[in-house]
Design a protein around this ligand. Structure first.
Ligand code: C5P
Length: 237
């Protein structure tokens, strides 16, 4: 049965390459959480079978494959993702206007208007120096995030993936109906792993985030269902 309340806004990242582990997590967590994120590691190894795993548990599928290619190829990739019953998918906004429009056209053709398409702007692992030498631009990473967000909005995407710290600036530019999906979520007393700029679930929602992506704090816990409940309680508080 689909979950209700804040659980509909929590996405558990299935960051494992093992099919059996993904199956265990989906079975344990699907009564508590609305969404599962399948990324390139799990999908490259196990393909559509992991998508079926999520859909058969009556959960929503966030297929995070970050499409970035010529428009015709991305049109085909989005069409394939929609055939896998993805409910949300990602694209690199740096692919440009024609690529993003081709993706939106693929959704229009498939008559699945409710599927959410969200853009990735500047990858967060890029430091300031690498960013500038890669893109040979004087524009700051922050201004680039804003510009790519505006491109995503203009071309018909539904939202972007961004840090909870950027949500307010994004919403000011785009309006509240443009969704923001935020990773980097940790409870106040939790280990940060390799995330440097973390935000609590409650603060992320308070800042305006629409969906929270949580991986290790739930999937690496001794009791994933209990860890999930703690995150949900914090989201509700
Ligand atoms: O384990 P953790 O909660 O840090 O996982 C966060 C998830 O969000 C991972 O799947 C990671 O790849 C993804 N992500 C991220 N930072 C971004 C974009 C995506 O952590 N900027």
């Amino acid at each position: 049965m689909p979950v209700a309340g804040v659980a509909r806004r929590l996405i558990v990242a299935l960051d494992t390459s093992a099919f059996d582990e993904a199956a265990r997590l989906v079975k344990l967590l699907s009564p508590h959480v609305g969404w599962f994120k399948v990324g390139s590691v799990l999908f490259t190894r196990h393909g559509p079978a992991v998508c079926r795993l999520v859909k058969e548990a009556d959960a929503k599928l966030f297929l995070d494959l970050k499409f970035h290619d010529i428009p015709n190829t991305v049109h085909g990739a989005v069409t394939s993702a929609l055939e896998l019953q993805a409910d949300m998918l990602t694209l690199h906004t740096a692919g440009g206007e024609a690529m993003l429009k081709a993706a939106v056209q693929a959704r229009r053709n498939s008559k699945k208007p409710d599927v959410l398409m969200v853009g990735v702007t500047v990858l967060t692992h890029l430091g300031f120096d690498e960013f500038h030498s890669l893109f040979a631009t004087r524009r700051s990473p922050h201004d680039t995030v804003v510009a790519l967000t505006e491109l995503a909005r203009r071309t018909g995407l539904d939202g972007v993936v961004a840090s909870a710290r950027e949500v307010e600036a994004i919403k000011q530019r785009t309006g509240s109906d443009f969704i923001v999906v935020t990773p980097g979520i940790r409870l106040a007393d939790a280990t940060r792993d390799d995330q440097t700029r973390v935000v609590t679930p409650r603060d992320a929602l308070h800042n305006g985030a629409d969906y929270l992506v949580v991986g290790r704090p739930i999937i690496a816990a001794m009791d994933p269902a209990g860890a999930c409940q703690k995150i949900l309680e914090n989201m509700s508080s």
